[in-house]
Design a protein around this ligand. Structure first.
Ligand SMILES: [Zn+2]
Length: 306
């Protein structure tokens, strides 16, 4: 039986439903391509990550979000570098859909994460998500691992906990998950720290790079990165105005009509506008209705160059 056709019990994340969960073990095709220098990118179509070729092995960022996908990711890396096993995993952040299954990707790998992410991972104790052995709390940490040089950067709160970027100054490449992605997708989750998100992401413009690898969909230019941040920045005004116009964010039909009327003329051609436009507006309205979430949502965000 091929390793991708596991019949044994799969890791369950935080699912508690009894019985087999076939989706956990399902194989997904992983596409990969070189980015620049020793940087490669891998995707199953929606999610994206990178891996690095080192001198003796590979450094994998993230794990994908099921045991079957994590195994497919490892097999993809093995097809490119059959003599170079994954010896290091770096977590972008703590969410299971990106980083939940190191136990299936490379259970003996050395794992690195930001301290905030690792605190969540230890508390969560999800089945298949391994805690990091190596954490950091500083804003920038420079690493040379197996001949690969890069920096891990925690620019401030963006999404989830301990969400870090990887910066490759010699290749002029920046990588960050669940922040900027093409079109208007996402930014709908409650742990997207909206007050911090735009000013914190703009700090990356103080660094020299011209290619951005997001955690979803395809690679972006620096200009496109700036355009997408501009959309999220303008939504602060649209969100406030929607509240002041008396729109009920829980009236889904009215929310969609209002979104089409106000945002449609400007953004209807953006990727995934019809799925996400109204949800984006809903999220921004809730920021103004509630005052923002939690402690971090009400602290002043860091600004200034990195
Ligand atoms: Zn996430």
């Amino acid at each position: 039986m091929a390793e991708s056709e596991h019949s044994c019990r799969e890791h369950l994340g935080i699912f508690t439903i009894a019985g087999e969960l076939p989706l956990q073990g399902a194989h997904r095709d992983i596409c990969y391509q070189p980015v620049r220098d020793n940087i490669w990118t891998a995707s199953e179509g929606i999610y994206r990550t990178i891996f690095l070729e080192g001198g003796s092995g590979c450094i994998a960022f993230d794990t994908f979000g099921t045991p079957g996908t994590a195994r497919a990711y490892r097999q993809a890396i093995e097809r490119v570098f059959p003599r170079k096993p994954v010896h290091t995993i770096i977590y972008s952040h703590e969410h299971l859909d990106h980083c939940g299954y190191a136990a299936d990707l490379a259970p003996d790998a050395h794992i690195i994460a930001h301290d905030y992410a690792n605190q969540v991972i230890r508390a969560r104790a999800a089945d298949g998500q391994l805690a990091a052995a190596d954490t950091f709390t500083e804003e920038r940490r420079a690493l040379t691992i197996d001949g690969c040089y890069f920096e891990l950067i925690y620019p401030g709160h963006t999404h989830g906990d301990g969400n870090i970027a990887a910066y490759f100054p010699r290749s002029k490449v920046l990588v960050m998950v669940d922040t900027v992605a093409d079109g208007v997708g996402y930014t709908t989750l409650m742990d997207w720290h909206l007050r911090h998100y735009v000013p914190v992401m703009k700090r990356f413009l103080s660094l020299e790079w011209d290619l951005f690898v997001p955690g979803h969909f395809w690679l972006l230019s620096r200009q496109r990165f700036i355009q997408i941040l501009d959309y999220w920045e303008r939504l602060f005004d649209f969100g406030q105005q929607a509240v002041l116009d008396g729109l009920d964010p829980h009236d889904w039909a009215a929310l969609n009509r209002y979104t089409d009327e106000k945002l449609g003329p400007l953004y209807a051609d953006e990727f995934r506008y019809y799925e996400y436009g109204a949800m984006n507006l809903y999220r921004y309205m809730q920021e103004y209705l509630t005052g923002g979430w939690g402690i971090e949502g009400n602290l002043a965000p860091p600004t200034g160059p990195l």
